[in-house]
Ligand binder design. Structure first.
Ligand SMILES: [Zn+2]
Length: 282
């Protein structure tokens, strides 16, 4: 009951602050989270198990990372998503992330998710594409079920669980990639991409799977807490310009190599990354 009251208080406070959007009724089926003040109903045992009041014994947990040493836990949110249980701790800690040195330009692509101006190429993992056939099968199974039936509910849960898994894999990969970029560089430049057109076209699925904007967003907030800088540059012609002599060298999408008359031979995406780097940092 305390939790419900706290939530209600929060919902009204947010409503008065923004000045519109009256808090709506939340059905029990939409209620998936419980917020504990740490130590009040939820505690942490020495062996890493969770203690929740009313639940006998300690609850086993898989820790995805250690708590910072000097951390004090403020709140714990217990949620259930697609039949899996998660606990999120909000923590107060006096630690600062460190960023690297030097600057880098980054070309975002579909063949290679990231190509850096230092010549590093990270292929796009294509999680959704790999799972595509199985997902379509689950979608068909759902469409065949009778509305309101128990089977339909089960088919829906299976589809949602599989989608959630793809999303988790994608996020995990992007978190690790953005962390590695921020810990190696102090200045990171991206193209300022406008994706609305691309997201509708033939490449829509690949563009969605690559999740460029999520990557830029992750790098941004990690950079902000580590004291690194993110620069967005004009994307026009980055893949058509020679990084060594500046000549305009148009090439079709299928041409994977940059070959210029000045003798510069580079991977196409690395060449573009070098242009991004120059536009951002000179
Ligand atoms: Zn050239």
């Amino acid at each position: 009951m305390q939790q419900v009251l706290r939530r209600l208080q929060q919902a009204y406070a947010a409503f008065f602050k923004r000045g519109y959007g009256f808090p709506r009724f939340r059905a029990a089926a939409r209620y998936h989270a419980a917020t504990f003040r740490f130590g009040d109903g939820l505690s942490l045992r020495k062996d890493g198990r969770l203690g929740i009041v009313g639940v006998p014994g300690g609850i086993k947990a898989v820790w995805h990372r250690k708590l910072p040493k000097d951390a004090t836990i403020a709140t714990a949110i217990v949620t259930r998503q697609q039949g899996k249980w998660y606990v999120v701790f909000s923590v107060e800690a006096a630690f600062a992330d460190a960023c690297g040195t030097g600057t880098v330009g980054i070309d975002l692509g579909l063949n290679s998710l990231v190509a850096t101006s230092d010549g590093e190429i990270i292929p796009a993992p294509r999680y959704a594409r790999r799972a595509h056939t199985a997902q379509r099968r689950r979608q068909r199974a759902l469409a065949r079920c009778q509305r309101g039936s128990r089977r339909r509910l089960k088919a829906k849960a299976r589809l949602a669980a599989a989608s959630a898994k793809i999303a988790r894999q994608r996020r995990d990969h992007l978190h690790k990639l953005s962390r590695s970029l921020v810990s190696r560089y102090q200045g990171i430049a991206f193209e300022d991409l406008n994706l609305t057109g691309l997201k509708k076209g033939m490449l829509a699925r690949s563009v969605h799977d690559a999740a460029w904007s999520t990557l830029v967003q992750f790098v941004r907030f990690k950079a902000a807490s580590a004291g690194a800088e993110v620069v967005l540059v004009d994307p026009r012609g980055t893949s058509q310009t020679c990084p060594s002599c500046g000549a305009i060298k148009p090439k079709a999408l299928k041409e994977r190599q940059h070959r210029c008359t000045c003798g510069c031979v580079l991977d196409r995406d690395v060449a573009a990354a070098k242009i991004v780097h120059r536009r951002a940092f000179g």
